[in-house]
Design a binder for this molecule. Structure first.
Ligand code: NAD
Length: 306
């Protein structure tokens, strides 16, 4: 089976590539390296350095993938608020471009990286897939629009799909520049001996999921979860102070947080139910926060730029 992974040089996409290779898929990566890195891509895959807004006929006609796993995106919420047009091009237009190519070249399944950002402010916790969808950012809105396009392509042209809405993903190869996840930022600050920047009182909670579990969910979706929209999360809440505690044990007891004003628009608590994904994908997260943090710290220590 041949899988085409967009954004396969990025954080999550590169782990999906690794997991697909472990499961003996043939893999192709489409990535323009705008935020991804070529060293993230295994030497065993073909990489096309293309912009997904361009015509994709040549690649699809040559490679004829069975499955498309779409991870490439404009991923920054704050950037989307300043550049909604660019965000829509990258997250909606690119998705539609890919969907057209999928239909034209007989792709059997489309797997999409969506986000908890589609839900907006939680009305209750944990958030199940039937929670109202009311994005608070252009990023959340573009992800929601992409989901709706996928569903309409499925209804109109019969394209099979699984939409995966990720909670906060962390792990090896996460960018520490731009709008990195809090885990990557904290580890980077801690290894540099800087204070950890906490916005607000640190009691806000997040649902952190390790990147290898997200990769496994994507590969499970190659086989299961047809025409489903599923949350991919750990299903547990961790406060920022608890996260710091975990890092404290693993890095240094001299580490200190520095508290700043709460950022406008930050959600206080976030927790996604993963019951549906467990049921439909025959998947469950296998790394505890402690396991994942230890692996991430080891990776960051061995890749630290001095
Ligand atoms: P990332 O920036 O590491 O990866 C995105 C990849 O896409 C990069 O390699 C980049 O070079 C590539 N890319 C972007 N635009 C492209 C284009 N026009 N043409 C070709 N390649 C392009 O981001 P990530 O954190 O790995 O995110 C992967 C997906 O998961 C995204 O769709 C993101 O919205 C979604 N997501 C991530 C998180 C998280 O916590 N990281 C949470 C929810 C959803």
């Amino acid at each position: 089976m041949k899988a085409l992974v967009t954004g396969g040089a990025g954080f999550i996409g590169s782990h999906i590539v690794d997991e697909l290779l472990l499961q003996n898929f043939d893999v192709i990566v489409l990535d323009n390296l705008s935020t991804g890195r070529v060293e993230n891509i295994s030497g065993r895959v073909i990489h096309y350095n293309v912009d997904l807004k361009d015509n994709l006929d040549l690649v699809f006609a040559k490679e004829r993938p069975d499955i498309v796993i779409h991870q490439a995106a404009q991923v920054s919420v704050s950037y989307s608020m300043k550049n909604p047009g660019f965000d829509a091009e990258e997250n909606i237009k690119v998705t539609v471009n890919l969907l057209e190519a999928c239909v034209k070249y007989g792709v059997k399944k489309f797997i999409f990286a969506s986000s908890a950002a589609v839900y907006g402010a939680p009305e209750y916790l944990p958030i199940g897939e039937d929670h109202p969808v009311d994005p608070l950012s252009f990023y959340g809105l573009s992800k929601r629009n992409a989901e709706t396009y996928i569903q309409m392509f499925s209804n109109t042209f019969g394209l099979n799909y699984t939409i995966l809405r990720y909670s906060n993903v962390y792990g090896m190869r996460q960018n520490t520049k731009g709008e990195a996840g809090v885990v990557a930022l904290f580890i980077d600050q801690a290894l540099r001996g800087e204070a950890l920047s906490v916005f607000g009182d640190g009691l806000q909670t997040r649902d952190f999921i390790f990147v290898k579990d997200v990769a496994k969910a994507n590969v499970a979706a190659c086989h299961y979860g047809d025409r489903k929209t599923l949350n991919i999360s750990q299903g547990t809440k961790t406060s920022i102070l608890e996260l710091i505690e975990e890092l404290y044990f693993n890095i240094s007891d001299s580490m200190r947080p520095s508290f700043h004003d709460e950022r406008p628009g930050d959600i206080r608590h976030s927790l996604l139910s993963n019951q549906e994904a467990k049921h439909w994908l025959d998947w469950e997260p296998s790394y505890t926060l402690s396991d994942g943090i230890q692996l991430t710290i080891k990776y960051c220590q061995s890749h630290q730029v001095h």
